[in-house]
Write a protein that binds this ligand. Structure first.
Ligand SMILES: [Zn+2]
Length: 111
């Protein structure tokens, strides 16, 4: 058992554990939404877990994100823009200080 799987194993590990995106080759690139670093399949940190499964981790040392936190290059920019500016007026803030009374509703009092 090797700590550094061969290329084919590496690709199959990526395919097996990353259910969110398609890995066509180890040249495929991903961007981590946590550390915002770009990396490819060669750089993904693959470990072999005790359960006999591959585990994929972001190659950035301080970052331990997994495949569900990786996006295709380019899609980060789009989601980033949507996420930060949104283009949605802050309508929620205007009603934000009105406490929700949903949990206090009693149908009986209306009768
Ligand atoms: Zn990362």
């Amino acid at each position: 058992m090797s700590a550094h799987p061969e290329s084919e194993d590496r690709l199959s590990a990526l395919r097996a554990e990353d259910h969110f995106k398609i890995w066509k080759s180890l040249e495929d690139q991903r961007v981590c939404i946590l550390c915002e670093k770009k990396f490819n399949g060669h750089e993904v940190e693959i470990t072999w877990s005790a359960e006999g499964r591959y585990e994929l981790h972001c190659p950035t040392k301080e970052c331990n994100s997994g495949p569900h936190q990786w996006v295709y290059p380019g899609s980060l920019l789009i989601s980033d823009i949507i996420g930060r500016t949104g283009g949605v007026p802050s309508a929620k803030n205007e009603t934000g200080h009105q406490p929700s009374r949903r949990h206090r509703q009693k149908p009986a009092t209306y009768d």
